[in-house]
Design a protein around this ligand. Structure first.
Ligand code: ADP
Ligand code: MG
Length: 201
């Protein structure tokens, strides 16, 4: 079954057309890889699917689960089950991974998870990725190594458990430890009801 359908998509940023008539259809149960040279518009595609307002769709349509998502806000897309991991994640001082994940989960699910249930979930998911739970008490991405940022993203992925995830250059410049975290995250996330788009170069 197709989960993401893109029809004749044109996208521009600051008046410059970057994507010129893209058609794409992705199915559940598949891991898809998008490869291309630097500057070819891969991150633009990821951003526009996720709803970054800087990127303007001039024509064409994007459907997620049969719903047209062209004009939906990023949080509405997240609620539908779409997840994007960023090539350059933001550092947020004063907000722990744990706090961040709990509010993200509450927002995506549209209801509040109890502290106890969240703690249980976090223990289960950190174990799944072989992470120390103490890691979740660090401030989000603050002073993280490239590898730690990826681990934090993989934890987001398995905690939020979206229908579809887009990983933008998750593999760039990673050490062995971090690559292992990413592949473990991907393997734990993926099943026949999920779809993954991996962007790389
Ligand atoms: P890729 O991810 O394939 O390396 P990008 O999607 O990041 O490519 O970039 C595609 C093109 O869009 C490049 O020419 C880049 O300079 C331009 N571009 C991307 N983001 C911006 C931006 N915020 N402002 C201006 N130009 C941008
Ligand atoms: Mg890119």
């Amino acid at each position: 079954m197709s989960i993401l359908k893109i029809k004749n998509l044109h996208v521009e940023i600051e008046g410059k057309e970057i994507i010129k008539g893209l058609n794409l259809e992705l199915e559940l149960g598949k891991i898809n890889v998008l490869m291309g040279p630097n500057g070819s518009g891969k991150s633009t595609l990821a951003n526009v699917i996720a709803g970054n307002p800087k990127y303007k769709i001039t024509s064409g349509e994007i459907f997620f689960n049969e719903i047209k998502i062209n004009d939906l806000a990023p949080n509405e897309k997240a609620k539908l089950g779409l997840f994007l991991s960023f090539q350059y994640p933001q550092e947020i001082e004063g907000v722990t991974i744990s706090t961040f994940l709990r509010s993200a989960l509450n927002s995506v699910k549209g209801k509040k998870i109890t502290i106890m249930d969240f703690r249980k979930l976090l223990e289960e998911k950190t174990k799944l990725l072989k992470l120390d739970i103490a890691f979740t008490e660090r401030y989000l991405n603050q002073g993280f190594s490239g590898g730690e940022k990826k681990k934090s993203e993989m934890l987001q992925l398995v905690v939020l458990d979206p229908k579809m995830a887009i990983l933008d250059e998750t593999d760039s410049g990673l050490d062995i430890d971090a690559l292992r975290a990413v592949s473990e995250g991907v393997n734990k996330f993926m099943n026949k009801d999920k779809c993954l788009l991996i962007i790389t170069h």
